[in-house]
Design a protein around this ligand. Structure first.
Ligand code: ADP
Ligand code: MG
Length: 693
């Protein structure tokens, strides 16, 4: 095992001025060694800019102002409180300066003298005020002008000053860090040297230097990560698999019996999967396809092929509702094709202890050949006899670690991951870099595009009548509300009241049901069954139906308080309709009447294409939380931002590709530093993820 090198990583106490107590505070902030501290990058910088004149300040930010005190400051007192006020006036305009609780300033500020005032400026009714500024002697200010002082993320007890001092003395004592990036890569990508980057990220001499330093460190994060992933992939490719399979007849028969034909994309992807499974190497494949593109059948085919070869397969899904549904579709498919001996089981968190014991036993004895379940599948009590295929549906709902946990259940099974989250390619590289990616880029041909509209609450009754008309034609509808119960602080629709109101409105002519996450699992399943069978005609629900639920007879989706959901989530919700032959409709009910919201929602009514929606979302929100994946993608990086540093990411990707071509195993001497960094990084990742779930 790689032992940590003492030279680049030592105890924090070796730094001058750090004792027990400070060391402990640093630990709480996740900083254990000197190396950690060097990589504890500032969150922001405080800039000592060139001072401006009184009339030239910009409201909303910190300003430094050069001005003369022309009269004795006035002090206003309110009980115990006081404000000291100075009026700075010159030919450019006027600025009021306020200090709180510092009446003594009246006597310490010298009339007729110049000062630099530095603080936040606000503007009210055209009057600009600087609040509670720092005060400098102009000559002293001149000495620090242009400096950018680091601002660190703090945990309680650790002051910014302590961190600054610690980093400064560490930088003084650390001679030079070893440069692990080969010169060639640095030159190709215009990157600065590592010691320069580290010292300038903490104490930049200029903005340009800061950018240069940041670029290098962001590049390093991407580069090392991608290199590590590429390494993992190389290892996987070398690995022979313990589950050699042959292509069989059963899948062919199933395909012949389906009530539809696979779309060209489904057909191509199934070909890829079949080849993977029969290749003698491990399959590691992600299927990306928009909602409704028909991913499930591909997973089922792979499970059937696995069964035909005598092995077990498991499918993990994120919700109980979905687990139930996938299980029933699977059972139906097996029955329709007279495939016997599978003994499929459904494993849920809500199973009773006795049920669970029975199911566990069937899984470990190998009697159950196909297993569908929720997170319950990755619990320690579940052990498989010969798990050869691990499928994760709606992967974006699980952490990467959970997916791994499922595959660790077998002796390295084939891995199939399915996701409806359309993500830009570079992001896929970070999140799923170790997987081969198949894209379902078409839709079943019998589908009609969902018709959309964005409306306000005055349209609600019309929408209800419209739903009633659809129900008369034999179809069904979903109504989504953000809340389960009324909540005074959040004035938006809730499932409980809404269901009652809708029942009253329809007066028994329409069968209305209710679903939310706080119901007992049994109740939930019953409601879903009643909806699937058509007994319930209109289902008022929270977003528990968001992922995967498939009731093709439902043709209307009415989403209340659409402003409360992200574009991606709305797109997923809409994906619950338009799954059959009939024309479907999605009504986005906007509760807030704001123009920004209308603009955002209009993207959804203009297109049903998930990839375009993802792009628009990204454009509008900038580097915001895109489809919830930002978090999981970003956890790996300290300084790099997958969106903002898109170009750096592309550079890093290219550099990894070139390196892997010229020195696939990093055996050349100039790459030895790199090899150590990568293995250290992954050791850290593994340490972190062990406490992850
Ligand atoms: P998703 O990709 O969102 O998981 P599903 O696999 O649930 O989508 O498929 C949605 C619906 O489309 C299901 O009712 C399924 O039976 C049907 N379907 C799948 N493939 C086809 C096809 N090639 N032609 C017609 N219908 C299909
Ligand atoms: Mg699905």
């Amino acid at each position: 095992m790689a032992k940590k090198k003492e030279t680049d990583s030592a105890d924090l106490k070796t730094i001058r001025g750090i004792g027990e107590k400070t060391e402990k505070l640093f630990r709480q902030a996740g900083v254990y060694t000197t190396e950690d501290l060097l990589h504890y990058y500032p969150r922001d910088y405080d800039a000592y800019d060139e001072p401006v004149r009184a009339g030239e300040t910009v409201a909303g930010v910190k300003n430094a102002v050069f001005g003369k005190i022309t009269a004795k400051p006035s002090v206003r007192t309110f009980g115990k409180n006081s404000i000291t006020i100075v009026k700075l006036t010159d030919e450019t305009g006027t600025l009021y300066v306020h200090w709180f609780h510092m009446p003594f300033l009246r006597n310490t500020l010298t009339v007729g003298k110049h000062y630099v005032f530095r603080g936040l400026v606000t503007e009210k009714n055209g009057r600009k005020t600087m609040e509670h500024p720092e005060l400098f002697d102009p000559e002293k200010y001149e000495k620090i002008r242009g400096q950018l002082l680091p601002v660190y993320a703090l945990t309680s007890g650790l002051s910014n000053n302590t961190v600054r001092k610690a980093v400064a003395s560490l930088l003084e004592m650390t001679g030079s860090l070893p440069e692990y990036l080969p010169d060639e890569i640095r030159e190709m990508n215009g990157l600065c040297e590592i010691n320069f980057a580290i010292s300038q990220i903490h104490f930049p001499d200029s903005r340009d230097n800061l950018i240069t330093a940041r670029n290098r460190l962001a590049f390093d994060e991407f580069f090392l990560f991608l290199l590590g992933v590429a390494e993992m992939k190389t290892q996987q490719e070398k690995q022979d698999c313990s589950w050699p399979m042959k292509t069989g007849w059963k899948t062919e028969e199933v395909l012949d019996h389906l009530p539809y034909r696979l779309t060209p994309a489904q057909d191509r992807v199934w070909g890829e999967m079949e080849r993977d499974l029969a290749s003698g190497k491990l399959m590691n494949r992600l299927i990306q396809g928009d909602v409704g593109s028909g991913k499930t059948i591909l997973a089922f085919l792979a499970m059937i092929m696995t069964f035909e070869n005598g092995f077990q397969s498991a499918m993990m899904v994120p919700t109980e509702v979905l687990a139930e549904q996938q299980y029933h579709s699977l059972v139906r498919l097996l029955e329709e094709n007279q495939i016997t001996g599978v003994n499929p089981v459904l494993l849920r968190g809500s199973c009773t202890a006795a049920e669970k014991r029975r199911i566990d036993e069937e899984i470990s004895s190998g009697k159950a050949r196909m297993i569908v379940g929720t997170h319950a599948l990755i619990q320690d009590t579940v052990s498989f006899r010969n798990l050869a295929l691990a499928v994760t549906d709606e992967q974006h709902r699980f952490g990467v670690r959970q997916r791994e946990k499922l595959s660790e259940k077998g002796a390295a099974p084939h891995v199939l991951v399915m996701s409806a989250t359309p993500i830009p390619r570079t992001l896929a590289l970070i999140l799923y870099g170790d997987l081969d990616i198949s894209v379902l880029d078409d839709m079943p041909a019998d589908r009609l595009q969902v018709k959309n509209c964005v409306v306000g609450p005055s349209y609600r009754k019309t929408a209800w009548n419209f739903i009633a008309d659809e129900v008369k034609k034999g179809r069904q509808a979903y109504v989504i509300c953000p809340m389960v119960e009324p909540n005074e602080e959040l004035p938006c629709e809730n499932v409980t009241d809404y269901t009652a109101e809708l029942k009253k409105y329809y007066g028994g002519t329409v069968n209305v049901g209710m679903l939310h996450g706080r119901m007992k699992p049994k109740e939930k399943n019953q409601i879903m069954e009643d909806f699937a069978s058509g007994n319930i005609q209109v289902l008022v629900s929270t977003t528990v139906v968001e992922v995967g639920v498939n009731v093709p007879n439902a043709t209307v989706m009415l989403i209340e308080n659409a402003e409360r959901f992200g574009l991606a989530q709305l797109h997923q919700l809409r994906g619950r309709v338009g799954r059959g032959k009939e024309q479907s409709y999605c009504i986005f009910m906007q509760g807030d009447g704001r123009q920004e919201t209308s603009k955002r929602l209009s993207v959804l009514s203009e297109t049903n294409d998930g990839f375009r929606i993802a792009e628009e979302d990204l454009k509008m929100r900038g580097p915001g939380d895109l489809f919830g994946v930002r978090q999981s993608g970003e956890a790996v990086f300290q300084i790099a931002d997958i969106y903002r540093d898109h170009e750096v990411l592309t550079m890093a990707e290219e550099a990894v590709k070139n390196l892997k071509e010229s020195d696939p195993d990093l055996t050349l001497p100039q790459n030895s530093g790199l090899r150590d960094r990568v293995s250290a990084l992954f050791q850290r990742q593994i340490d972190h993820s062990q406490s992850d779930i």
